[in-house]
Design a protein around this ligand. Sequence first.
Ligand SMILES: Nc1ncnc2c1ncn2[C@@H]1O[C@H](COP(=O)(O)OP(=O)(O)OP(=O)(O)O)[C@@H](O)[C@H]1O
Ligand SMILES: [Mg+2]
Length: 577
Amino acid sequence: MRFGVRARLFVVSVLLVACGVLAFGIALERQLRRRLAASEEEDVRRAALAARALVLARAAAGRGLGDADAVADELGAVTGLRITIVGADGSVLGDSALAPAEIARVDNHAGRPEIVAARRTGEGRARRYSTTVRAELVYVALPVDDDSGWIVRAAKPLREVDEAVAELRRNLAATGLAGLVVAALLSALASHWLGRPLRTLAASAQAIARGTPAPRMRADRPDELGLLAGSLNRVADQIRVAIDQLAGERARFSAVLEAMTDGVVAIDADRRITLVNGAAANLLDADDRAIGRPLVDVLRAPAIARLLDARDGDVELEVGDGRKIRARASRLPDDSGWVLVLSDITDLHRLATVRRDFVANVSHELRTPVSVVQATAETLLDGALDDPAHARPMVEALHRNAVRMAALIADLLDLARIEAGRYALDSARVAVSAIAERAIAAARPAAAARGSTIAVDVAAGLAVRGDAGALEHVLANLLDNAIKYAGDGARIAVSARAAGDRVTICVTDDGPGIPAAHRERVFERFYRVDPGRSRAQGGTGLGLAIVKHLVEAMSGTVRVDTAHPSGAAFRIDLPAA
Ligand SMILES: Nc1ncnc2c1ncn2[C@@H]1O[C@H](COP(=O)(O)OP(=O)(O)OP(=O)(O)O)[C@@H](O)[C@H]1O
Ligand SMILES: [Mg+2]
């Protein structure tokens, strides 16, 4: 602010005073000059009239016109003006201001405007600068009478007018100066009176423009400044409300973004990242530093570039750690970029694979017994039925395969029920020794058939919290496996002991055991260490899957015990009752 309000006010008031004084002075001077000149002229005319009357009075008194110069001198003395008497030929006969010797040298006056006018109209007036007296003079000329042709002329310098005007100028200059001083004082006062509220307003407006909190301004003045302060206050309020709204909306927006399980990435028209939510940062293994970087640096997939070229649509891709992602791109309406929504579809993929494998496994397991049943039934129908010696083994094979299919279906149904949560399990106190005895009793004939023994070492009174039927099912499955896979004459053992608030039950054998690479996977459905051998034993690979599900449904765990020196060892942990 080079010229503040104060300086402007000062300049304006000084100009006002100067213009006022000047205009007033010019008007006053003109009027004064006109009036004074007119009154001077009237004086001169009266003197001329008086002079003529005097000349005529002399003539009437019989003294004749006499010595014109003496008459002029006398008239001049009486009127105090310069009196000239001009003859009929225009020569100067007498002059009150000149000596007789000088009069002879004066030019002929016949051509002087006032003389010419006097002869023509009876009175002549003129005003001009006289080099003789060095001043502007006013002249009035009158003819004395019709006979002599004499003209009497009175003249007076206008010096008094000039003096009066000069005095007026001096007075005006003094008044103007005083006016300037008053103007300076008044403008200082006015700017002080106006300047403070203006400065406050300016400071507030600057604060509003900077976005810093502006102090509220007093808006109770009844003038324009009050109006301005009121308007600025309202503007500041509106800005504050708008900022609060924006901040609220932003907070809601980011809360929604962060709560999303899907990843959201926004990119601008140059395909640089402008926003990444938490889920996207996880999926892409990126953080806030990704902002501003090109998308291709963070998500290295040519498919994405093609997707963006195509404006909208979706594509499936694999990210660094093997996870599968579906990326859906939507172009922003004003073409200022895209929004990518990234969904982690790894689990979906895995489930689809599991389902596919499951159907393939079931079909595979059913194919052999079904084809045996079919072929055997056909052979029987083709006549073997009538040959009792052949018929019996065939019917036995039919039965065996039907049992196998029934077992498979029963296992599948069990698994489905457990997985669907429809296998109602008790949470009761179950005496481990009783259940173990029951399972061993059921397994004993099969063990005896292979010359295997089953030892039991379960402390009396040991009890778990769970379902008696499920626990028996679990033990029966583990014993069945031991009998099947440990070989003939195996030594199988069932032991149980308390460990704090848990009870550990172990089923061990001294067979070939389970190689380390398979220990985790034997609990998967249809997983078998040696598919050929297992199938030959009538196994379908569902037994351990059912074991795991049942144990977990009773809040327990089951795993292959690696601490066991030789053979297989399955260790179950269940809550103690
Ligand atoms: N005691 C064991 N000794 C050696 N291998 C075992 C033993 N128990 C299980 N296995 C291996 O684990 C695989 C999976 O066992 P699981 O009980 O799930 O299936 P299965 O016995 O083949 O069929 P199912 O039990 O449904 O009749 C078996 O095929 C076998 O290879
Ligand atoms: Mg089994």
